[in-house]
Ligand binder design. Sequence first.
Ligand SMILES: Cc1cc2nc3c(=O)[nH]c(=O)nc-3n(C[C@H](O)[C@H](O)[C@H](O)COP(=O)(O)O)c2cc1C
Length: 230
Amino acid sequence: MNLKRTVAIETEDSSASIRSGTRQPLQDGEIFSLAQALIDSRQNVSPKRLVEPGPSAAQLDALLSLAAAAPDHGLLMPWRFILVPAAQRHHLAEVFALALIDRDPGATLEQIESAREKAHRAPLLLVAVACLGHREPDTPSLERMVSMGAAIQNLLLGAHALGFGAGLTSGQAMTSPRLHKLCALAQGEAAVCCVNVGTVSRRKSASRARPLPAQFLSELMAESSDCSVQ
Ligand SMILES: Cc1cc2nc3c(=O)[nH]c(=O)nc-3n(C[C@H](O)[C@H](O)[C@H](O)COP(=O)(O)O)c2cc1C
């Protein structure tokens, strides 16, 4: 499915074009169908399958604005993104390589090179950082992570709507003090994953079978209504 053609999601203020009479407002059912088509067809794209071009500066700005629309209890903005431009990727590559050697001094040259290469793959690479230190109001870390996940998902869906592929990468290097230092993370901040965006060179043949609602929905039963604790 060519989502770019089917779902022409615009980065301009669509309400303006509706007001000026150049476009008919979408009906509720159509909006749901568009959202469904977009969300259902998104799949994680490995950075190995991402090539140039990546998003333009204006597209990146639009994607980050989507992230900013994430639910955020207490309006803390408990996450941020660090753009790693091409000219700085070698620093990230070095951190990935050294983080591997730190945890496995016996790593082969091939493994070290592969770790290094991960920093160079996607045209756009953002490090997603969770801000979990003390804030007012001091909402729990779990809630902040929910906000961060929503911000990332908004960004992934936006990239997909623009016709790009996007994927997340993480791994043990995320918790390396070397990455912490490179990203100048403050106390209470944690690098969670990298968000990789670019043009898809080749897609996976099939998307994964997604869980069915019955697998993750249960209903509160009368027998479980005893809320006394020991
Ligand atoms: C926080 C986070 C970190 C992830 N890190 C990796 C990773 O290191 N390598 C990888 O192949 N996929 C990674 N993924 C992507 C998942 O593997 C992917 O979302 C999952 O396989 C489901 O596929 P889908 O997104 O296409 O539905 C990560 C996902 C999340 C949420």
